[in-house]
Design a binder for this molecule. Structure first.
Ligand code: NAP
Length: 286
């Protein structure tokens, strides 16, 4: 039985780790705020004391933390993953970060003798609970092959995309488009209702045409109900927009629409909606 570790039990990590436990994996969990491990320990997980100890104990350690700073924090330092990984063991970071951060983590792990795969995910809280995420893997192919049974539990699709950086970039492309779409959708919903149209009718018309998509349907219902219960925290979407715009800078590619949408999410953060769902960007347009 493969021993797997899971670091970071936020909205996504908790659901993903829970599915691994329920599927019968031998799971050791760790979270910075240790209280969040309690429920999973009740379900049968072992409790790790640090990222280092989890990585040293497990064949494959997964991580799902907020942003580049968090991903580096759990990898580096005396209690970090790299300090415990040892020869041949695997580390799979599923957090959404940029390609440069991912490469820094890959270097720290491989220099310590371990194997590294980046595997950010597309899909939010519900797909994480249902085990239907899209897992965007890149890096060590042998580790990818060994992780497939776990990926099959957490996701519905897990393409191997090549070298470290390719999974991170794929994820940023997807979320940059999602953020841009949500921003213009919020403007359209606001404009329509200010012009006297019924919100439900706007959603019906959109759903019947060429711009129909599950996100407009799901977030549309949320914003009409003024229900911003968090599934994907707005602060993380702004981080993704920021990283996508920065990737554009690095590659000398002009991204005016993404840059503008990034500003909309920054404004929403400033208005105090960081920990609400991404749908709360609508409130700043209204
Ligand atoms: P979340 O609920 O905010 O959880 C964040 C996790 O990161 C928590 O476990 C937190 O620990 C940990 N963390 C933050 N800073 C840390 C640090 N310096 N050291 C150690 N741990 C730290 O976020 P989430 O929604 O699960 O998202 C996790 C990642 O998945 C993010 O990269 C996000 O962009 C990506 N993602 C999210 C969604 C979504 O819909 N939610 C979808 C796809 C991808 P504490 O509990 O101690 O604060």
């Amino acid at each position: 039985m493969t021993r797997v570790g899971f670091l970071g039990l936020g909205i996504m990590g908790k659901a993903m780790a829970e599915n691994l436990i329920k599927a019968g994996f031998d799971v050791t969990v760790w979270n910075r705020n240790a209280e969040k491990t309690t429920e999973l320990v009740v379900l049968g997980a072992k409790q790790g004391t640090s990222p280092k100890s989890v990585a040293a104990h497990c064949d494959i350690t997964f991580a799902m933390v907020s942003d580049p700073a968090a991903a580096l924090a759990i990898c580096q330092g005396p209690e970090g993953v790299a300090a415990g990984i040892g020869e041949g063991r695997g580390y799979i970071d599923m957090s959404t970060v940029d390609d440069s951060t991912s490469q820094m983590i890959a270097d720290a792990i491989t220099n310590a003798g371990g194997r590294f795969l980046e595997a950010p995910v597309s899909g939010t809280k519900k797909p994480a609970e249902d085990g239907t995420l899209i897992i965007l893997a890149a890096g060590d192919k042998t580790l990818y092959d060994e992780a497939l049974p776990a990926f099959d539990v957490m996701g519905k699709m897990s393409p191997f995309l090549g070298e470290v950086g390719q999974g991170a970039s794929m994820k940023l492309v997807v979320n940059m488009m999602m953020g841009g779409m949500l921003s213009i959708f919020s403007e359209g919903m606001s404009l329509g209702q200010k012009a006297g149209l019924d919100g439900e009718k706007i959603l019906e018309v959109i759903a019947a045409g060429a711009i129909a998509n599950p996100m407009f349907k799901g977030k549309g219902a949320m914003l009409l109900a003024e229900d911003y219960t968090v599934s994907f925290p707005l602060k993380h979407m702004q981080k993704d927009m920021r990283l996508a715009v920065a990737l554009g800078d690095k590659l000398n590619l002009s991204l005016p629409t993404a840059a503008t949408a990034n500003e909309a999410f920054k404004q929403a953060k400033k208005a105090g909606f960081s920990d609400e769902d991404i749908a709360a960007v609508y409130k700043t347009v209204q």
